[in-house]
Design a protein around this ligand. Sequence first.
Ligand code: SF4
Length: 220
Amino acid sequence: MPREIPKAKSARLKKIIGALDRTYPEAHCELDHTDPLQLLVATILSAQCTDKQVNLVTSELFKKYRSAADFADAPLAELEQAIKSTGFFRNKARNIQAACRKLVEQHGGKVPRTMEELTRLDGVGRKTANVVLGNAFGINAGVVVDTHVARLSQRLGLTKQKDPEKIERELMALVPQKQWALFSHWLIWHGRRRCDARRPDCANCEIQKLCPQIGVTLKI
Ligand code: SF4
């Protein structure tokens, strides 16, 4: 792709945002939850696991464990068993339990609303904190960069970075802050439905005219 001046990039991004908004007006977080604690736990479980599988597990899990204290006090082996099918279950169970202990001891059992406090919880990095802040509290503190957001940002020529935190910084500089949470939903939805990692459907893509298709070799 020839070098694009910032003004042209920002005009192109505006059109990409408009097209994705029209294509996915209902875009939202696909992890089932009814409160910030459930979203925090579901996001920890979603590492290396599909949202669909997490939702299957949490539909039972959240009936049994209803508060941070419930998770903190659960026998570890019991919690491990309940989340086993999401993979890396020993680590995830340890992190959920340790994070929930901190919620009980330091935050009155509630999920805090700042990036600093959230990322001090076990198993919670910027990505998880951004998911919780953006979707449970409506706070746009950053952009969620998961595998879809990273791949699409690169293919769309919005970043050359590979490290999620560097990608996030570049997206934060490009995308209006009020759209940070939505922007990652749009890219995740488009990544799942059109811009597959191995076989992107460029021929039918709603933003094909705006996409330099960087690094794409195999298309449907
Ligand atoms: S044109 Fe192809 S590479 Fe670009 S966003 Fe669409 S599907 Fe992905």
